[in-house]
Write a protein that binds this ligand. Structure first.
Ligand SMILES: *Cc1c(COP(=O)(O)O)cnc(C)c1O
Length: 388
């Protein structure tokens, strides 16, 4: 019997250290990391600003609980409010927990206006987490199988289909919120257009609904702006983030605006660890580094570079159907299922991921260099060309 519960199919490699976009395994072999621990290490591995921040914080104070003021938490909240245009923040330890807070805000918003069976509209192929509420919101029957009964209070509609969404809103007076990802990171990199997102915003406004945007993967510079909605021409009522916020130190955040920011009151919600000094010290270092080093611009620029290079390099190859995503969320849609490419890329010294069966997902660090981008294009193109 293995000591670790069998919840992951793992590739046969173990890393011992990292530096920037590169990892080293137990045999001393180096790998180019085009996945960043699933969009977590946006600044790359062992970034000195994060290392210094958590070292200094560990020597000073790690945790006191939310029964008291937490200086670093205040600092990170202000930094996030500044970069987002939102009003306030609740801190959690993971993405799923950030979404739990968002779901609770939406439900209480409903109760406050007399809707006692509140419904949140969610999307096909959405991924919102693995807790029971976020699993219910997730649009993946395989992930849900065996864990019923799931929760009531969620209705699913096709992603990017504004007509169906509108019809459901009009026909159901219990709807209180719409929850979606601007780019579906786990669901195959399906990407909402600005027009669609603005349409959802207008629908929410005209029907007194909250718009909850899950930026757990798209946030923290990944798509070329600090949050993805900032390039889409609308403001959410609630936005959640996690992955890239701590560069590997576990942290999540639920940001709210306007009346959504007033809903949770003392006693309504909490987390023992959430927003502790250590995690928030990492978060402050991450936000400041993204802003000061203008990594959002590099993410936009290198994302475009990767798209251009793949388009040129794989022109006329029938294996490549399309390229999706925004910024440094790059999804190469392949004309066949190709989960074997993860192991094949590892053999060539490259870390990538395949999601939704046939979408090669690249999430390299935001400070990716052109030399490393060229190497990603070369290896991935070879792998795709070798498919028949
Ligand atoms: C990863 C992810 C989550 C869940 O985050 P955890 O930290 O694994 O709980 C939720 N939503 C999106 C869009 C994600 O990418």
């Amino acid at each position: 019997m293995q000591a670790i519960m069998n919840t992951y199919g793992r590739l046969p490699v173990t890393f011992t250290s990292g530096q920037g976009s590169w990892l080293t395994d137990t045999d001393g072999r180096r790998y180019l990391d085009a996945l960043s621990g699933i969009a977590v290490c946006g600044l790359g591995h062992a970034h000195p600003a994060v290392t210094r921040a958590i070292q200094e914080q560990a020597e000073t104070l790690i945790h006191t609980s939310n029964l008291y003021g937490v200086g670093r938490q205040q600092e990170l909240a202000e930094a996030l409010v500044n970069v987002s245009g939102m009003d306030n923040v609740f801190f959690s330890n993971s993405g799923a927990e950030a979404n739990e807070a968002a779901i609770k805000i939406a439900r209480k918003f409903g109760h406050q206006k007399g809707i006692h069976e509140p419904v949140i509209i969610v999307m096909t192929k959405a991924f919102h987490g693995r807790t029971i509420a976020t699993l219910t919101a997730t649009g993946n029957a395989k992930a849900q199988e065996g864990f019923g009964p799931l929760l009531s209070g969620f209705i699913r509609v096709p992603f990017t289909d504004l007509n169906t969404l509108t019809a459901v809103v009009k026909s159901n007076p219990n709807v209180v919120a719409v929850m979606l990802e601007p780019v579906q990171g786990e669901g195959g990199l399906a990407t909402a257009s600005n027009e669609y997102l603005q349409g959802v915003r207008a629908l929410c406004d005209s029907n007194d609904l909250l718009m909850l945007v899950d930026e757990i993967q798209t946030g923290n510079g990944r798509t070329g702006t600090y949050f993805c909605y900032q390039q889409c021409g609308f403001m959410p009522d609630v936005v959640t983030t996690a992955k890239g916020l701590g560069n590997g130190v576990p942290i999540g955040a639920c940001l709210a605006r306007g009346r959504a920011a007033e809903i949770l009151q003392p006693g309504n919600h909490g987390s023992t660890y959430g927003g502790n000094p250590l995690a928030c010290a990492a978060g402050v270092a991450v936000v400041n580094t993204i802003v000061n080093e203008n990594l959002t611009d590099n993410a936009a620029k290198m994302g475009q570079y990767l798209r251009d290079q793949f388009t040129a390099r794989l022109a006329g190859k029938e294996q490549l159907v399309s390229i999706r995503g925004r910024g440094l969320m790059v999804g190469l849609v392949i004309n066949q299922d190709c989960p074997q490419l993860m192991a094949a890329a590892l053999d060539k010294g490259l870390l990538l991921n395949v999601t939704a069966g046939n979408v090669v997902r690249l999430l390299p660090p935001l400070n990716l260099t052109q030399t490393d981008a060229d190497q990603i294009v070369e290896i991935v193109s070879q792998l795709i060309e070798a498919l028949n």
